[in-house]
Design a protein. Sequence first.
Length: 134
Amino acid sequence: MRLSVRLKEELKNVASQNEWSVNNPCSNDSRAIDRSSRGSGEDAKSTVTPIVKTDLRLLSPATLGATDLKAGEYSVTADDTHARFLKGGKVIAEASIQWKDESAKRQYTAVVVDANQIKEIHFAGKMKYVEITQ
């Protein structure tokens, strides 16, 4: 599934803002909170422009694809086909994704974890989320 040009522009505009406001995520389906996007954490090797960029904190360990992630702070980017978790500007984990429609805009960024695997990433203020396909 390809995102429309209009949606890409909307996501790029929001991603380029210096801060996103966040409400406390007290939901059973999330293990991360949005830590506000600061524009840091770009991977120097990446040549694909992210559609969404945000910082988040994993509250407990989880796995993305075949990579185990420790609890802690990460920068997350998502483009048309991949989501990447970065730490210190280096890609720590990467997975293939598919964009899906949300039923409503999320108030905060969250990851959905099942059996310790990250299955989805939902972005604050967006009508789209990513499903991990890898």
